[in-house]
Ligand binder design. Structure first.
Ligand code: 5GP
Length: 203
């Protein structure tokens, strides 16, 4: 599928757990008026998470029903739970000319790359591996075993991002504001280029 079909722009943000993806995505919503896609997941909600805002928290059966109906744009199993992007709201927003942000893992990103050749894909890197461990421990959402699992997966994700050619940009989050600014600049340039293309030619 070509994203040329839609006037909007699909933006993918991936990166290891604890790298600051969610904070970056919310800043992009504020700075660019972008729409953040709410993923469906079978993982249990954290105590501070809100159903319908942070995720659509589904039972395994509900998730399977969506799979059977081919409702997902992409889906993947991450840390033993299913996660997926429901196609309908994303396609509708792209049709309406919006910037739509997907915060998804590397397997989901691979599927999006195949379907949307003009999606802008970013992989966020930590300044140092130790910073991931610090962040995961301080946010206090996950048990120690879950944190260990998330850290173990980080190396493979970073390797995939570097070697797969799936991502257009890697951004090091050593300073949050700088990382956000870099992404905003890239997306704004891309949107400006699109607007220029769409301008009527007078001569
Ligand atoms: P968390 O449980 O920390 O919220 O998310 C775990 C991982 O799942 C993160 O890497 C996150 O980017 C990824 N993820 C969240 N939603 C989706 C989704 O809809 N699809 C895919 N493929 N990955 C997702």
């Amino acid at each position: 599928m070509s994203s040329n079909l839609y006037p909007g722009l699909l933006v993918v943000i991936s990166g290891p757990s604890g790298v600051g993806k969610t904070t970056i995505c919310h800043a992009l919503v504020d700075r660019l008026g972008a729409q953040l896609s709410v993923s469906a997941t079978t993982r249990p909600a954290g105590s501070e998470e809100c159903n319908g805002e942070d995720y659509l928290f589904l039972s395994a059966q509900q998730f399977k029903q969506h799979l059977d109906n081919a409702d997902f744009l992409e889906h993947a199993q991450v840390f033993g739970h299913y996660y997926g992007t429901l196609a309908k709201p994303v396609i509708e927003a792209l049709q309406a000319g919006k910037i739509v942000i997907l915060e998804i893992d590397v397997n989901g990103a691979k599927q999006i790359r195949q379907r949307f050749d003009r999606a802008k894909m970013f992989f966020i890197l930590p300044p140092a591996p130790a910073s991931l461990s610090d962040r995961l421990n301080t946010r206090r959402r996950d048990a120690k075993t879950v944190i260990a699992e998330r850290l173990a997966k980080a190396d493979g994700e970073v390797r995939f991002a570097r070697e797969s050619g799936c991502y257009d940009y890697t951004i090091v989050n050593d300073n949050l504001e700088d990382a956000i600014n870099q992404i905003v600049t890239i997306i704004s340039k891309r949107c400006f280029a699109n607007q220029e293309k769409e301008k009527p030619q007078n001569d």
